[in-house]
Ligand binder design. Sequence first.
Ligand code: TYD
Length: 136
Amino acid sequence: MQESKIINLPKILDERGNLSFLQNEDHLPFSIQRVYWIYDVPGGETRGGHAYREMQEFIIALSGSFDVVLFDGKEEKKFTLNRSYYGLYVPKMVWRSMENFSTNALAFVASDSFYDEHDYIRDKDLFIDEVNALKI
Ligand code: TYD
């Protein structure tokens, strides 16, 4: 199974303003099928709070900052994202929550699949059961 990890993106420094990019196959362990973004998050709100059975994602803080908390069924890890030139790769079957959004935070998410509600696990106990069943 793939590990969650921070992936650095190219950063083209320029006096006129910096530029970063994400190109299919070159930077991520999957090919991008869909992107979405989360914005205007009121202070104190949490997004996410689910796992995907198959989908993989890559999350970038394009603006502002927020924390992504990952739980693999055993261990919890918190990643603070606050730069637009790197992101967090989240493999399938990892419980993830996004919290502590700054004002004007913009969370950009690239996914390997189309939106599919059937791929979601929204009950944490069910997630723990399913993830443990995979390890047997
Ligand atoms: P969801 O992924 O459940 O976000 P969160 O876990 O942060 O609450 O998505 C919220 C709603 O948006 C849900 O009703 C489904 C819809 N949605 C789409 O229609 N397409 C998408 O690509 C995504 C990510 C969500």
